[in-house]
Ligand binder design. Structure first.
Ligand code: FES
Ligand SMILES: [Fe+2]
Length: 426
């Protein structure tokens, strides 16, 4: 941090309803705490089960300096280990994705089983106790096919409550029987919190997302009833009526749709199935399905888009024919990785059932537009003229809920820990 003021003081004086003070976006010291407290102790969305569909499939996820092996064992269970050899610490798996029998370190060939047990270590003598050299485990949990990991010793247990609430919404889309049609990594030149704030509102959509606003109604994210012209009021009322009738119809057909909002939980989340414009089928330029094969046992194309947002690092859209998942992984105070995956039914054939460009074009364009917005936001926070600005109470309440969650989680760990040590906060 450039000034003498402590992070504890910055957290304590954070003004509700306003963006954060600059050091939260720019300081190396706060970034390190973000990695330790937010990304080190909460459940993070890092992938989908179809990333590791077969026994022995492995995916490596890097979170700051931590590298994690996510794998599927021969019993089809998901497992996660620190990607650090228990001999002299070398990285074991070097590729982003691969398939293995055992996990073999290339340095001196120490070999670990799929359960993390050290099976083979040559030249270590008779007294060497292999048992205390097993791979270190990382918590892993699949929620309806979305993979979450937690790096903490003890993971927050409210993920069970999230799973119980969300699985009835997402299971009909049968993510586990999808395949990843495409993954795109985009480096955004801004702090990860700016990416999350940008995601939690659609105030910027009309001005910035010509493709996304073909299927997406901006009203789904709130609007100000005053100061708008009568036509806008009329549209908003129509949208509200559409939500009510669509939700009633979808729920009657067995697709839970109404909003569930628990963004303040430790494992915070929100979901809602949103009607789409036009044909109402998908996030495509013509609002129709991108894949001919519908997911799971869904027989209805016009199912809108079920959105599932999680704290701190994901948002996901489930449609009748495809799913798009997004996870944010920080790389530095001013850089983060946005990883987007598009999934279709595992039997859908590219070029026959779906066209890859049609499937991905709306979100590829939208992601780039958002990355540009994050970059200009970040540049702004570096200026001495920057000061926290007010969020719109109509179109940015979810931004406030993200920021409140962040401040709350950081405060609990930092102020709680400090109090326990008997040190007064500045
Ligand atoms: S560091 Fe892995 S076997 Fe030596
Ligand atoms: Fe956006």
């Amino acid at each position: 941090m450039s000034s003498e003021i402590s992070i504890e003081a910055l957290l304590t004086r954070r003004k509700k309803g306003y963006s954060l003070e600059a050091p939260f976006y720019t300081s190396e010291e706060i970034f390190k705490l973000d990695m330790e407290i937010i990304f080190g102790r909460h459940w993070l969305h890092v992938g989908v089960e179809p990333d590791v569909p077969e026994p022995g499939d492995v995916m490596v996820v890097d979170i700051g300096k931590t590298s994690v092996i996510v794998m599927r064992d021969d019993d089809m269970e998901l497992r996660a280990y620190h990607n650090v050899c228990r001999h002299r610490g070398a990285r074991i798996i070097l590729k982003d994705k691969t398939s293995v029998g055992n996990l073999v370190c290339s340095y001196h060939q120490w070999t670990y089983g799929q359960d993390g047990e050290l099976l083979f270590a040559e030249h270590m003598g008779n007294d060497f106790d292999r048992k205390c050299r097993n791979l270190k485990k990382v918590h892993i949990r699949s929620v309806g096919g979305l993979i979450f990991i937690c790096l903490a010793e003890e993971a927050p247990d409210d993920i069970d409550r999230m799973a119980a609430a969300i699985e009835p919404y997402i299971l009909p889309h049968d993510l586990r029987n999808c395949k990843v049609a495409k993954t795109v990594d985009l480096i955004e030149k801004g702090n990860w919190k700016l990416t999350m704030e940008n995601n939690r509102e659609c105030y910027h959509c009309v001005g910035n997302h010509p493709e996304l606003t073909i299927p997406l109604f901006e009203y789904g994210f709130g609007f100000a009833p005053d100061g708008t012209n009568p036509k806008r009021m009329e549209h908003a009322a129509k949208y509200e009526a559409l939500v009510q009738s669509c939700h009633a119809g979808w729920e009657a057909a067995g697709f839970p749709s109404r909003e569930v909002e628990r963004l303040a939980d430790v494992t915070g989340f929100r979901t809602e199935r949103l009607p789409l414009d036009g044909a109402g089928e998908a996030h495509t330029k013509d609002t129709r399905s991108a894949s001919r094969k519908l997911l799971g046992s869904i027989g209805e194309r016009k199912l809108g888009a079920l959105s599932f947002w999680t704290q701190p690092n994901s948002w996901n859209h489930f449609m009748s024919d495809h799913i798009v998942t997004f996870s944010v992984l920080p790389l530095g105070p001013d850089r983060n990785l946005l990883r987007t995956r598009w999934l279709v039914h595992k039997d859908a054939v590219e070029g026959v059932d779906y066209d890859l460009n049609r499937l991905t074009e709306v979100w590829e364009a939208t992601n780039q537009q958002d990355a540009d917005l994050v970059e200009i936001s970040h540049k702004g926070t570096l200026s001495p003229a920057y000061e926290p600005g007010p969020y719109s109470p109509y179109t940015e309440p979810l931004v406030e809920k993200f920021t409140e969650w962040y401040v709350g989680r950081m405060s609990e760990h930092l102020l709680g820990k400090q109090a326990a040590m008997g040190v007064a906060a500045e």
